[in-house]
Write a protein that binds this ligand. Structure first.
Ligand SMILES: CC(C)(COP(=O)(O)OP(=O)(O)OC[C@H]1O[C@@H](n2cnc3c(N)ncnc32)[C@H](O)[C@@H]1OP(=O)(O)O)[C@@H](O)C(=O)NCCC(=O)NCCS
Length: 193
């Protein structure tokens, strides 16, 4: 039977959005940990103290791997029994320079008749999710390559000799990506109010 993971996305409360930048970052981080706690609860595991390594990457806790993302409007967290990476981005215009930096001509050729903005954020979040699953930062972006677009919510990424399947979830004007090996993914989006 395929194991299930439960990424949880929460809207950022208005009072957090109104905070000054420094306090807001800390509060977003706290909100993301609330999403993580819900993901752990759905998975039926208990997390202990959350620690990070010298790269800032989450350290597995009692055999549970975890990943967070926090953006101005939404935060997310996910727990899994093996390496996991989560990223969230708001869909917005992106410059040709950033498109070229994020994927090369061969990767863009996989897009077919897809929409450029949506494809850019699928590629970006997929690569970032894979890098997070490996504990790496964005400096390794160019070594991550889109290998195949499977359908409108799944694609494959090659990185460091391994192929990852990434699943996307579109909500409001955002997209989230989770990179995990072989899990069935059940997304939860908690709506305000
Ligand atoms: C790690 C990184 C990919 C995060 O992306 P982001 O879009 O800025 O931020 P997100 O909100 O999606 O994710 C933040 C979470 O990522 C996690 N994170 C940080 N470094 C990580 C790493 N090396 N591996 C996995 N996860 C990491 C943390 O849990 C963090 O949340 P926290 O600070 O509340 O614990 C990015 O900041 C990065 O690459 N940093 C390294 C510096 C670098 O290479 N800079 C080059 C910029 S072009």
């Amino acid at each position: 039977m395929t194991a299930v993971i439960y990424p949880v996305i929460l809207p950022v409360p208005a009072e957090v959005q109104r905070l000054r930048p420094k306090q807001r970052v800390q509060s977003l981080s706290d909100c993301a940990r609330q999403a993580l706690a819900l993901s752990a609860e759905r998975l039926g595991v208990r997390l202990g103290p959350l620690e990070k390594d010298d790269r800032g990457a989450p350290v597995p806790c009692r055999g549970n791997f975890w990943s967070l993302s926090h953006k101005p409007d939404y935060v997310g967290g996910v727990v899994a029994p093996s390496a996991i990476g989560l990223d969230i981005e708001r869909l917005r215009p992106c410059s040709p320079g950033l498109r070229r930096k994020t994927a090369d001509a061969a990767e863009w050729a996989l897009m077919g008749h897809g929409d450029v903005q949506t494809t850019f954020f699928r590629y970006w979040t997929a690569k970032e999710a894979v890098l997070k699953a490996r504990g790496e930062g964005l400096r390794d972006l160019s070594r991550c390559r889109i290998d195949h677009i499977l359908d409108t919510t799944h694609l494959r990424v090659d990185y460091a000799g391994k192929t990852w399947t990434v699943e996307h979830f579109f909500f409001e004007d955002h997209v989230a990506a989770v990179a995990a090996g072989g899990f069935r993914v059940e997304w939860t989006l908690a709506r305000p109010g």
